[in-house]
Write a protein that binds this ligand. Structure first.
Ligand code: IPM
Ligand code: MG
Length: 358
């Protein structure tokens, strides 16, 4: 039987709970569609700091590089918040993105039919639903630019820098165009070209690339306007492509429009099919270990893995259908509404797995 090798990073907080449900669902999908998984656990973030003193052990990079792809729960927590920047759990996350060359972060914001009422946006605005793909550059920009502390006129100061080179902009924008081609053929590039020089280069570059994608309608929007438009009329968007920092912010906003941040999956792709898959929510230390976390974003990240890295689109679709089915009757506390049964992490995972008959 075909075996896929996955590096599995459970991480911190609710990470282990939601990853367990994800592997349960992936195994069920494998049984149904004729493949299996070999999981290789590794450490990242707070648990790695506790075990070996650094947030990104070399061993983890090695295991990930040797795998077909990577499944990640979440990293971080208060316990490690006072450590210096380079030793914080988040440094592990940024480090693994860089080490694995995961430059393209895909964050789909969709409304699942049973959750229409969960969106804080009026149903008249949501209309038939919502399906936005945020494409965020993930290994460049201000996250990785020069930074430091210094003194200016005798007072402490700090700086971070946004810098993008043309090849970096080209590859992420090509990802955006390619996705738009397969969807509704609309690409909106988000920048701050009225102020930032790096945004002006971004805009020039994406405009030039558009010649290669005549069937895709390219538009440009300033990031402040985009933040407003996402709430005013989210249906105007198909694919958004943007920088690391703007994408971080806009993807959280887009996720909430779709009801709960507990529902949104993500893929971080290197060229050539390799990817890391994680829910976009964090480690939620406040509810960790209580068995109440919503595992669906992690499970849907597993579906994205099947689709984008393993070439198993039918299995991916079956998981999405199973999630929709489970949502019709069952809800974790974050998305609970009157008339639905309130369930915990495990019951939700079981409900999805059961809907994938072998
Ligand atoms: C995300 C997170 C991370 C980021 C943090 C935890 C470093 O917010 O994946 O969106 O800013 O990229
Ligand atoms: Mg974020």
């Amino acid at each position: 039987m075909k075996t896929y090798h996955l590096a599995v990073i459970k991480g911190d907080g609710i990470g282990p709970e939601i990853v367990d449900e994800t592997t349960k669902v992936l195994d069920a999908a494998g049984k149904r569609f004729g493949f299996r998984f070999d999981y290789r656990p590794c450490l990242l973030g707070g648990c790695a700091i506790d075990a070996v003193g650094v947030p990104l052990p070399e061993e983890t990079v090695r295991i990930c590089k040797g795998a077909d792809s990577v499944l990640l729960g979440a990293v971080g927590g208060e316990k490690w918040d006072t450590l210096p920047g380079h030793l914080r759990p988040e440094a592990g996350l940024l480090g693994i993105r860089a080490a694995l060359g995961l430059y393209a972060n895909l964050r789909p914001a969709r409304i699942f039919a049973p959750l229409k009422e969960a969106s804080p946006i009026k149903s008249a605005v949501i209309g038939e639903g919502l399906d936005i793909m945020v494409v965020r550059e993930l290994t460049g920009g201000i996250y990785f630019g020069a930074r430091g502390r210094r003194e200016i006129d005798g007072v402490p100061a700090a700086y971070d820098t946004e810098c993008y080179c043309v090849p970096e902009i080209e590859r992420i924008c090509r990802t955006g165009f390619a996705l738009a081609q397969k969807r509704d053929k609309r690409l909106c590039s988000v920048d701050k070209a009225n102020v930032l020089e790096s945004s002006r280069l971004w805009r020039e570059t994406v405009t030039r690339l558009a010649e290669d994608y005549p069937e895709v309608a390219l538009s440009h929007m300033y990031v402040d306007n985009c933040a407003m438009q996402l709430v005013r009329n989210p249906r105007q968007f198909d694919v958004l492509v943007t920088s690391n920092l703007f994408g971080d912010i806009l993807s959280d906003e887009a996720s909430m429009i779709s009801g709960s941040i507990g529902m949104l999956a993500s893929a971080s792709l290197a060229g050539g099919g390799f990817g890391l898959y994680e829910p976009i929510h964090g480690s939620a230390p406040d509810i960790a270990g209580r068995g109440v976390a919503n595992p669906l974003a992690a499970i849907l990240s597993g579906a994205m893995l099947l689709q984008y890295s393993l070439g198993e689109p039918e299995a991916a679709q079956a998981i999405e259908l199973a999630v929709n089915g489970a949502l019709a009757a069952l809800r974790t506390p974050d998305i609970w509404e009157e008339g639905c049964k309130r369930v915990g992490t495990k019951e939700m995972g079981d409900a999805v797995a059961e809907r994938l008959p072998g």
